[in-house]
Structure formats: C-alpha cells, structure tokens
Design a protein. Structure first.
Length: 190
C-alpha cells in the first residue's frame, strides 16, 4: 500500500487542492492572505488541525461509529473533534506566539468552521486513495500543505500588488478575486 503514498501526496496537495480546486476554505484564503507571515501561520495551523483531525476521526468512524451503526452521527462527531482541536491550538498560540495569535485574529477560531478541515475528515472516508490510517494522515498532512501553499502563494502575490499600479476599479477585492481565479485555473490544469 505504500506505493499509493506519492499519488495521495500529489492529489491532496496539487490536483485536488482544497482551496483552488475543491473551493473549500475560501474564507481564510481571502481573509488572511494579505500578509505572508500570517498566511503561513494560518496554513500551518490548518495543517496541524487537518492531520490531527484525520488521526482522530478516521478511527472513530471506522471502529466506533460504523460497528455501532451510528454513521449518521459523523458530522456532529467530526465538528466536535475539530472544535476541540482548534481551541487547544488557540490556547497554545496565545501562550507561545502572541504576535501570530493576534495576526490571525478572528480567523483562528474560524478554523473550526473551515470547510477544508471538515472536508478532509469526510474525504478520507470516501476517497479511493485512502485505505488505512496512514493513508488518511498523509492525505490530511498534504492536504494541509496544499492549503498552505495556496494561501502563501496568494499572500505573496497580494504583497507584490501593493506596490503595483492597479486600475482603480480593480483595486482591493476585485484584483484579489482575479488572482484567485488565475491560481485556480493553474491548479485545475493538474
């Protein structure tokens, strides 16, 4: 089964990128991508949450919910796990990196409602690539790194745009959406 790992890596990070191909996690992508440091911090926080989420939710689903016939409870259980993880990360960041905590602002608690995180918990259950817990964790890790790649690339381009001459009607949100569309088209080519 280890021969599937490179396929999982490529799929999760690039060809099925959560932001640019599946359009999950757009809120933090647009909101936190104004500054590269904040974008990287958000990407790493989302990556950590994705890995731990898959590490916890995959066995819960397969070894508790399915045998008991409670598959219908998966969304509620997954959201509870994600919300708990985000609370823990928020507490840790507040204690260890006050500047990153403040830079992320409202977007840090919004990881709880980030559909990319819930998406990874759901997708590892339905993906033809994921056959065990290792595959699920690799999918979560590289899905998070793909999220980080997209948000950091976007932040770099937005920082460059701050010094560029942009036509008045396209300043701000319109040019951001144009950039996002071009990035989505590029990733969609995979």
């Amino acid at each position: 089964m280890l021969e599937m790992i490179p396929v999982i890596i490529f799929t999760a990070m690039l060809s099925q990128n959560f932001i640019l191909v599946q359009f999950l996690g757009i809120c933090p992508f647009l909101g936190v991508s104004k500054n590269t440091d904040s974008a990287f911090g958000m990407g790493m926080a989302v990556t950590v949450v994705m890995v731990i989420t898959t590490l916890i939710t995959y066995p819960i689903y397969n070894y508790i919910l399915v045998p008991l016939g409670f598959e219908y409870m998966e969304i509620i259980v997954f959201i509870f796990v994600i919300a708990s993880l985000v609370q823990i990360i928020e507490i840790i960041l507040k204690k260890t990196s006050k500047s990153l905590y403040e830079a992320m602002g409202i977007y840090l608690p919004l990881i709880t409602t980030n559909c990319a995180v819930l998406g990874v918990a759901e997708l590892v259950l339905t993906s033809n690539l994921v056959h065990n817990l290792l595959d699920a964790c690799v999918y979560g890790l590289f899905g998070g790194l793909g999220f980080t790649l997209a948000i950091v690339l976007m932040s770099g381009m937005r920082e460059k745009l701050d010094s560029a001459r942009v036509p008045k009607p396209l300043e701000g949100f319109p040019i951001t959406m144009i950039l996002a569309c071009f990035m989505a088209m590029a990733f969609g080519m995979f």
